[in-house]
Design a protein around this ligand. Structure first.
Ligand code: GLY
Length: 340
């Protein structure tokens, strides 16, 4: 099939690379590939860290995609950091957030143990005061490195403008900005991140709560630490704000006091593409030539390899997973909605 993938973020590029591997003739259309949410994503491959009440399918898909990541990263020659995530609470109230995460995971059939007092600091000596901690055995990847490897793989198939030839299929992978008639299926949820550089960064991903403020620290090779991320529903352009950056830095410094001396590299913001049920849109629409691969909310990097497979399978005629089938949220041609 001749396929045009509109949108060159990690999801669109992963879909295009998968289709190319399967022998399809693919072009990605994006004037600034890799400059959307993928450019600021922290790259935590942590279904457990992202698990939330009432979202069992998000967790199920995250676990399935996390299993694909080691081979996927190896194929792209991108390092995968199996560093694990320390989930920590600062004060007693923050400790309850950790307990709640343990309960959410228990409800999903995942047993995790709270670490004994002092064990978190044995694992991560630079930690500040913590009231509660647990360790998740997961990984992280640098999304910019993944995007660069995918762009390399796709070469001149990534174009700024749509080619003239009519495609057999169009895959819309434009994240938080979908064209009509799908625009209202995805809303932007701003995430601000701060990039620091330090020789005192964490060994693990450290994710926690500080006086109720959620924050994560993701170490990268070369001493960079990504501090993220705010979560804000909004209609304006996604820019970093003084208040957001202040909250992130204040919380980060409590979790890891040595960050006080870190070099400030950048403050950035993008919109996460959120659907109503926080599950992505991967598969067919009511237009027989248009497929969607969008709306991945907080999970675009984690779900990229699985999305690529699911999208390619659907394009080749397989029935999509109902949890991500875009038609669950789409008005039917007769004006109804297939699924609330
Ligand atoms: N997945 C992390 C975030 O969206 O902030």
């Amino acid at each position: 099939m001749r396929v045009h993938v509109r949108g060159g973020g990690i999801v669109g590029l992963a879909c295009a690379a998968e289709l190319l591997d399967r022998g399809h003739d693919v072009v990605v259309v994006d004037p600034t590939p890799g400059c959307g949410a993928s450019a600021v994503a922290a790259g935590m491959l942590s279904p457990g860290g992202e698990a939330w009440h009432g979202e069992p399918d998000v967790h199920r898909l995250g676990v399935a995609s996390a299993r694909l990541w080691p081979a996927y990263a190896a194929r792209l020659a991108v390092p995968l950091h199996a560093c694990g995530t320390l989930l920590v609470g600062h004060d007693a109230g923050d400790g309850q957030e950790v307990d709640r995460q343990v309960q959410v995971l228990a409800g999903l059939g995942v047993a995790v143990d709270v670490l004994p007092p002092g064990a978190a600091r044995d694992l991560e000596p630079g930690l500040g005061r913590t009231s509660r901690a647990l360790l998740l055995h997961d990984a992280a990847v640098d999304p910019r490195a993944v995007v660069a490897a995918l762009l390399d793989r796709l070469g001149d198939r990534v174009r700024a403008r749509e080619p003239d030839a009519t495609p057999d299929a169009v895959v819309v992978a434009t994240g938080a900005r979908l064209p009509q008639p799908w625009t209202s299926l995805v809303r932007g949820v701003r995430g601000e991140v701060v990039r620091l550089r330090t020789s005192d960064g964490p060994r693990h991903v450290v994710r926690g709560w500080v006086a109720g403020e959620p924050v994560y620290l993701v170490p990268r090779a070369g001493g960079e630490v990504v501090v993220g991320a705010t979560v804000e529903e909004h209609d304006a352009a996604p820019v970093p704000t003084a208040g957001g950056v202040l909250r992130l830095l204040r919380a980060a410094r409590v979790l890891l006091p040595a960050l006080d001396r870190a070099e400030l590299l950048a403050c950035e913001a993008r919109d996460r593409p959120a659907t109503r049920d926080h599950l992505p849109l991967v598969g067919p629409t009511h237009d027989p030539r248009t497929w969607l691969a969008a709306g991945h909310f907080r999970h675009g990097v984690l779900l990229a390899p699985l999305t690529a497979r699911m999208l390619a399978d659907a394009l080749e005629g397989a029935a999509p997973d109902p949890a991500v089938d875009p038609r669950r949220l789409l008005p039917t041609p007769d004006g109804g909605v297939t699924c609330a």
